[in-house]
Design a protein around this ligand. Structure first.
Ligand code: CA
Length: 110
């Protein structure tokens, strides 16, 4: 599992995403964008993995879940929000597609 607070870089500055309307489709897009699997993705709000310290870049993220980039989803204009860092959004992503667990599916040959 890979998990943490969601931040993205805008104008050379890293900032967070407020978690109003933050849910699994949004987290799936983050995981996909980072090269992880999306099945089993979890979304967390209220700074579950700690608060950021930079700007809060956006809020009201509403992805369908199939987008390739978070910035393609509906969201408030950059810098427009009514949040504090206590509301920072986070995700937990399953392992990348190439990394299969020891117990993953296989075919036995006889
Ligand atoms: Ca959402």
């Amino acid at each position: 599992m890979y998990e943490g607070r969601v931040e993205f870089c805008y104008g050379e500055v890293w900032g967070t995403v407020c978690s109003n309307f933050w849910d699994i489709p949004d987290a799936q897009v983050v995981c996909r964008q980072l090269g992880f699997n999306t099945i089993g993705t979890q979304a967390f709000n209220f700074a579950f993995f700690g608060q950021g310290t930079g700007p809060i870049w956006t809020d009201g993220v509403e992805c369908i879940g199939t987008e390739t980039k978070l910035i393609s989803c509906h969201h408030t204009p950059i810098g427009s929000h009514n949040c504090i860092h206590l509301e920072d959004a986070s995700v937990r992503c399953p392992a990348p597609p190439g990394k299969r667990s020891r117990c993953s599916w296989s075919v036995q040959q006889y």
